[in-house]
Design a protein around this ligand. Structure first.
Ligand SMILES: Cc1cc2nc3c(=O)[nH]c(=O)nc-3n(C[C@H](O)[C@H](O)[C@H](O)COP(=O)(O)O)c2cc1C
Length: 324
């Protein structure tokens, strides 16, 4: 699989970290980039909140020097506010700004944003166009296939995005009614890829290199974005690159040592970024994924989520690792 370009941004490989609210913060993105991701995507940020100067949202635009290429995603349904937020994203140093047209969460959809933008062709096009006019960095769009299973309205929206100046797309190959469950619809994704003359990243249900290869070869998409399978496994991207080069590996016994060292590194990065109290609290939701499948994982997790200080957590990790 070759390198991919998104407008002027060249990626070293086609395996990207998908945007995930609550997970895709700078510490985790840096780990994934080091773990081989060709592109890392930030969690969605509200264009309205940026427009109104909300401090937390502005902080979410922060870019670390070692995480490029980085795409920062915004959501909203008002072209002027999206344009404003896109400019802030560019000023903050992101390489790409993405428009969220796939989020099904009620509080997003209620305001006409996320997947609701796929109900209004004119507004969708105006939103993309306003962002494209506002910035020099490439603008991309992440969308779903449609609302109901079996329906594929993404070719139409993909064409509108291209005509409005978008440089690439990510298609989550599921319908809104699927949420995040069920297999991706590769036939529908292939139809969209064939219809639009832009690089398309496929997304949905990729757990391993075989899934990524199946999606890329079966649909012609230029790359893939991996969501949940990368949580607690930032080295997944290096595994993909290794398998791409050397062929599929036999399923292997879990090697616990790299997981522990990544979790320690993650703990340090997250504490450096948020401070000890908030950082340790934010780390809790990743812990289960790092130790998934290891003997005594549930018991360790129960203890680890009670830790309030970095040293306490690191001590628990040492004891647990030594016990395996
Ligand atoms: C916890 C969580 C948060 C998510 N947040 C976002 C988001 O902020 N923006 C977005 O476009 N998609 C978001 N998604 C959707 C993912 O980017 C991706 O499309 C979805 O998880 C399917 O990919 P997967 O099957 O590889 O996990 C989120 C998904 C999850 C599970």
């Amino acid at each position: 699989m070759g390198a991919v370009s998104i407008g002027s941004v060249q990626l070293d490989n086609p395996y990207a970290l998908a945007p995930m609210a609550g997970y895709g913060d700078p510490p985790y993105r840096r780990l994934c980039r080091r773990g081989g991701a060709g592109l890392v995507c930030a969690e969605m940020v509200s264009a309205n909140a940026v427009f109104f100067g909300d401090k937390k949202s502005q902080r979410m635009l922060a870019v670390a020097p070692d995480e490029h290429p980085l795409s920062v995603q915004i959501f909203g349904a008002e072209p002027e506010r999206l344009a404003f937020a896109a400019r802030r994203v560019e000023e903050a140093g992101a390489d790409i700004v993405d428009l969220n047209c796939g989020c099904p969460v009620p509080k997003v959809v209620k305001g006409g944003a996320g997947v609701a933008l796929m109900k209004d062709e004119l507004l969708f096009a105006r939103c993309v166009e306003a962002m494209v006019k506002a910035v020099k960095i490439p603008v991309t769009v992440k969308m779903r296939l449609g609302f109901r299973r079996g329906e594929n309205i993404s070719p139409r929206f993909a064409s509108l995005a291209r005509e409005s100046g978008a440089s690439a797309l990510c298609i989550h190959a599921r319908a809104r009614e699927d949420g995040h469950e069920g297999p991706p619809d590769l036939d529908a994704l292939a139809e969209t890829v064939a219809a639009v003359g832009l690089p398309v990243f496929g997304n949905g249900g990729i757990h391993n290199y075989q899934d990524a290869r199946r999606m890329m070869q079966g649909t012609g998409c230029a790359g893939v974005m991996v969501g949940r399978a990368a949580v607690g496994n930032p080295l997944l991207f290096l595994e993909f690159l290794e398998e791409e080069k050397n062929g599929a590996r036999e399923p292997q016994a879990i090697n616990a040592a790299p997981r522990f060292s990544l979790l320690r590194e993650h703990a340090q990065l997250i504490v450096d970024y948020y401070g000890e109290k908030l950082g340790i609290c934010r780390l809790r939701k990743y812990i289960g994924s790092y130790i998934h499948g290891l003997y005594g994982a549930a018991e360790f997790r129960r203890r680890a989520v009670g830790a309030v200080a970095l040293n306490e957590l690191l001590g628990l990790l040492d004891t647990y690792e030594a016990s395996l």
